[in-house]
Design a protein around this ligand. Sequence first.
Ligand code: SF4
Length: 210
Amino acid sequence: MNEEIITKRNTLLAKKVIKGLESRNMKGYWAESKEEALKLALEMIPEGSTVTMGGAMSAHEIGLVQALKEGNYNFIDRDEMEDKRAAMLAAYDADVFLSSTNAMTEDGILVNIDGNSNRVSAIAQGPKKVVMIVGMNKVCSDVDGALKRARNVAAPMNAQRFDIVTPCTQTGACMNCKSMDTICCQFLITRFSRHEGRINVILVNDNLGF
Ligand code: SF4
């Protein structure tokens, strides 16, 4: 019963988000399950494509990274490349860049924070297509709420994931640090895309990533 209620609420909210994305020249899709999200993502990525990614936990969680590694794709895995700069530069010329978003608004604005900034720069420009896998836990009412989520939920949890020395890994909350390890160097707010079909957001009826 609870699942039914959650799905009903998420389905209704996703309609609003997709309309908002369309008004910003971005495409939104709805997946009722992780399996459906995986199918949709693979339909968007032609075989033979060069694919890179920016540390998207959500893409792992729906099985997309594994499917791309096992399939007929040129998947560039930066974790397996010694030359990290070469891996970052390869992303700018990729056919597809996989990501999630740290947060987004009900009317389709994407909010992302980055430390090295390769992820936010590839979302902003470079790769021909961006495919985002986004759990409904990332949807916030407005830009203020999305920034707060990115700063106070996503960033401290990602800092834990990377096992770095920042105040938030000790307190669980953002302390607005200027630590050398801070992952909050650049804030990207994507409110419109000039490039038809470039940014594609798959909203998933689940909680994914941080
Ligand atoms: S404490 Fe520093 S690294 Fe952690 S969320 Fe705040 S600004 Fe980012």
